[in-house]
Design a binder for this molecule. Structure first.
Ligand code: NAD
Ligand code: MG
Length: 398
């Protein structure tokens, strides 16, 4: 029987890759709902091709979308506005699978709604988990949701862990013979830049990733290594380990997507050409496998695989994220919020590249930590951190 999929963030890079897989397997999946914040013309193209039942856009875009759908004789598609609409489709009783592919904190409430509705949730929106880690993981257990990682590294780790890993006790220690998680990082476009060179890099240079084609925010995060910092926190929550059990390994070719080391000396790696369609297909079909267009790995072409330590002097974001995870509480939510503001300011050329981690550090140091056991505490920390980070941009930015 065909499964109904809701794609939160359908017009984005992950949204588009998801649609590419669904298009390949029309008998197995149907598109029930799609959402977009902007690029309404692209959303209409998606509606034409996939005929969802519901489309969600911001309230001020509803008329524009209604007009365009009418022109295409697609008026039967229901349009829902704003965050309430995102939540409604995420928890919709007709939906089996939710792809959480909104970027940033905006995805938190819809993703959590999908988890609380007990869906199969394919998690690309790492910021949602970074902000609300314990609450999200507990909600998944309480409501029987299947939270499957789409982030390529976490999907790789998931594939390398023992099948019964998630049944075992969660106490911050690796279990079932697992000793260490090796989280790989490409190092981003500025891997070999000196600190001086980093001072003058532009948004266009930062968004040009050597191996992956992605949305702007995650591209900048990859360039600062904040993406790896967010992924470190993501890994701690998904795999229930303390941060000291996650080692970041720079591997510029992005062929090994991450590894798991075992007590007997084994290291298992998941490899493949860098294309998000592989982890998306894996999470859609798990425990089964479905085909993608991704070419099999040719090791005679990729005959050189290199590894090195990350440099937290030039890329302090990774260190800040590790500290935030050690501190726990609302620190990861503060880190994430300040980073979102800083990245947006950098993309608008209001601050320089090296000011991004400075803003994050300043914001973390400006707020007292608290336990993050209530969603409202997290949302409040998010708002306060954004205010502090915005003020830094106004005062210190160019
Ligand atoms: P993107 O910018 O290409 O797309 C983001 C999507 O979210 C778009 O559909 C956009 O309309 C929607 N959106 C943006 N702001 C919104 C808001 N305020 N409210 C509702 N919807 C909003 O981003 P992406 O690269 O596809 O990344 C999406 C998520 O997946 C991010 O959390 C990212 O870290 C994660 N991720 C992406 C990749 C990748 O290769 N692109 C890999 C791993 C993880
Ligand atoms: Mg990743």
């Amino acid at each position: 029987m065909s499964q109904a999929v809701c794609i939160l963030g359908a017009t984005g890079s992950i949204g588009q890759s998801t649609l590419k897989i669904l298009q390949r397997h029309p008998e197995a999946y149907s598109v029930y709902a799609v959402t977009a914040q902007s690029r309404i013309a692209e959303l209409v193209e998606i509606c034409k091709q996939f005929r969802p039942k519901i489309a969600v856009v911001p309230a001020f875009k509803v008329d524009e979308l209604a007009q365009l759908l009418k022109q295409q004789q697609l008026s039967e598609i229901e349009i829902l506005p704003d965050e309430a609409g995102l939540i409604a489709v995420a928890e919709h009783p007709e939906v089996d699978i939710v792809m959480a592919a909104i970027v940033g904190a905006a995805g938190l409430l819809p993703t959590l709604a999908a988890v609380k509705a007990g869906k199969r949730v394919l998690l690309a929106n790492k910021e949602a988990l970074v902000m609300s880690g314990d609450i999200m993981m507990q909600a998944a257990r309480d409501h029987g949701a299947l939270l499957l990682p789409v982030d390529s590294e976490h999907n790789a780790i998931f594939q390398c862990l023992p099948a019964n890993y998630f049944d075992a006790e969660r106490n911050g220690q690796p279990k079932l013979g697992v000793q260490q998680i090796l989280l790989t990082a490409s190092g981003g476009p500025f891997l070999n830049h000196t600190f001086d060179q980093l001072q003058t890099v532009t948004p266009a240079q930062a968004c040009k990733h050597p191996n992956w084609s992605m949305g702007q925010k995650i591209s900048v995060d990859s360039a600062t290594l904040m993406n790896k910092g967010l992924e470190l926190i993501e890994a701690c929550h998904l795999f229930a380990v303390k941060e000291q059990f996650v080692t970041v390994v720079v591997h510029p070719q992005s062929i090994i997507h991450s590894m798991v080391q075992y007590v007997d000396g084994s290291t298992l790696a998941q490899m493949g050409n860098p294309d998000m369609c592989t982890p998306i297909a894996h999470a859609l079909a798990w425990p089964e496998r479905i085909s993608t267009h991704v070419a099999p790995l040719d090791l005679f072409v990729h005959s050189q695989l290199n590894f090195q330590q990350p440099d937290t002097q030039r890329f302090p974001a990774l260190k800040l994220a590790r500290q935030a995870m050690q501190q726990g509480g609302i620190a990861p939510a503060i880190l994430n919020a300040a980073n979102e503001i800083a990245v947006a300011a950098f993309l608008h050329e209001k601050i320089t590249f090296i000011q991004i981690p400075q803003i994050v550090e300043y914001t973390l140091n400006s707020m007292d930590n608290r336990t993050a056991d209530q969603l409202e505490v997290i949302l409040q920390a998010d708002r306060q951190a954004r205010d502090i980070a915005r003020q830094f941009v106004v005062n210190k930015g160019s």
